[in-house]
Design a protein around this ligand. Structure first.
Ligand code: PHE
Length: 433
């Protein structure tokens, strides 16, 4: 096994016993939806780029998804026992090489190399996860950061320099709620010895305004699309509301998530914060300080275009792709996606006894995806019990088979379900009930 290699985007890598990338996921590493012209993921990238203009911000859209565990975790201060490192959550090529789980994997490199003060990265990222209409093992993120060099700011006054840059940003008229104190003693302390409270506050203020402008741009475009689709009559929708919520990341402090009020719910769309000085110090730029954020592009695109199922982004069906043609060069052409007919769902249950070993739901999810591809809409646990005498554990999962493109026949669905069941027996060693 140690001799085997895998080729990704023209480069080959040695695999070892840590290798856990399914062939389905492997085949998606070359798709790069964020660079496919007129694809909704690419259009969303363009909108976000427009809010962070050059020459202050420089764009990096071609980084390869294969990175080291050092880049993805250690360089950012993830502790050795962080759950995100588990093989049940992350796709490994070998023990020290993986498919990046987030665009932050490139932070240290760009803090070291980028000299314009800011950057944006867009890229495909990979996570083992559940199966439903908003999760897919490959998705796209955009990461942005802005730093100031203490040696270059006038009079060494970082606070004044940051506020001066903030003054130059446009204003907006969204309602912003920011109810929590900026610091938390354990989770989000002031980076004592690196920043004064005034410096952290200035960087945070610049961060928040920048990201509010981004969200405002996205939702203004979404609103215009809805108005145009409704024949130009302005609707009576509520004003856009957003709020800042305290969050935790090993590489920012203080940290926040930004939530948007959408269809009666608060929806988290990005994570961000004041970059931890250890990341910049280890990147060899201890004289720089600043902020960073990461946003999921599919999530934003689903709101912007009203796309109901994340599998659609991977569709090569003209009925999907044609709806976005010409939009990337003229964003005023954005319209809500018109779903083509919804095909019937077919639910099938599988019940099994677990072997003694540990069981991770993500392994089951992956076996289902690998056996039937995008024909699975979601997988839900419907029952779980322990036999009172034998102590064995039984699980029951319900698989929803539904193609986005056509109606499945009974025979087809039965065959697919058979493949799933066989996969579970062969790969997880379960005993079917
Ligand atoms: N990388 C984080 C995630 O994927 C998001 C993030 C980026 C948070 C940059 C803070 C700063 O969840």
């Amino acid at each position: 096994n140690a001799q085997k290699t895998v080729t990704i985007n023209g480069r080959s890598y040695p695999t070892d016993s840590w290798y856990n990338v399914s062939s389905t996921v492997l085949s998606l590493t070359s798709r790069k939806l964020h660079l496919q012209k007129d694809h909704p993921v690419s259009i969303t990238r363009k909108i976000i780029e427009s809010v962070f203009p050059g020459p202050t911000y420089k764009y990096y859209n071609e980084f390869d998804p294969v990175v080291s565990t050092h880049e993805n975790f250690d360089s950012l201060g993830f502790p050795p026992d962080h759950p995100g490192r588990a093989r049940t959550d992350t796709y490994y090529i070998n023990q020290s090489t993986l498919l990046r789980t987030h665009t932050s994997a490139h932070e240290a490199q760009l803090f070291r190399e980028n000299d314009t003060g800011g950057y944006l990265i867009s890229a495909d990222v990979y996570r083992r996860d559940e199966v439903d209409r908003s999760h897919y093992p490959v998705f796209h993120q955009m990461e942005g950061a802005r730093v100031w060099d203490r040696r270059l700011v006038p009079n060494g006054d970082l606070v004044a320099a940051v506020y001066e840059d903030l003054e130059r940003l446009p204003k907006h008229n969204m309602t912003v709620e920011d109810p929590n104190p900026p610091f938390h003693p354990e989770r989000n302390p002031l980076q004592e010895g690196h920043h004064t409270p005034e410096e952290a506050a200035a960087i945070a203020a610049h961060l928040k305004r920048s990201l509010e402008l981004m969200v405002n741009e996205i939702f203004t475009r979404a609103k215009a699309a809805n108005v145009a689709a409704a024949g130009g009559s302005p609707q009576q929708d509520e004003p856009l509301r957003v709020r800042w919520v305290e969050a935790y990341f090993p590489f920012t402090s203080p940290s926040w998530e930004l939530e948007v009020h959408y269809n009666g719910d608060w929806l988290e769309i990005l994570g961000c914060g004041v970059s931890q000085q250890h990341v910049l110090n280890n990147a060899g730029v201890p004289h720089k300080s600043g902020w960073a954020f990461g946003i999921g592009l599919e999530r934003v695109a689903m709101l912007l275009f009203k796309i109901p199922d994340i599998r659609l982004f991977w569709s090569q069906d003209e009925r999907f792709l044609s709806q976005f043609r010409g939009v990337e060069d003229d964003l005023s052409k954005i319209r809500p996606f018109v779903p083509f007919s919804k095909h019937p769902a077919c639910y099938k249950d599988v019940s099994f006894w677990l072997p003694k070993d540990e069981f991770h739901e993500n392994d089951l999810m992956e076996i289902v995806r690998d056996a039937v591809g995008d024909v699975v809409e979601d997988v839900k646990k419907v029952d779980e019990f322990v036999h009172p005498k034998t102590g064995r554990k039984s699980m029951c999962y319900r698989i929803n088979y539904r193609s986005l493109e056509r109606t499945l026949t009974n025979t087809e669905t039965n065959e697919m379900h058979d493949r799933v069941v066989k996969g579970l027996v062969a790969k997880l060693g379960v005993e079917i009930r």
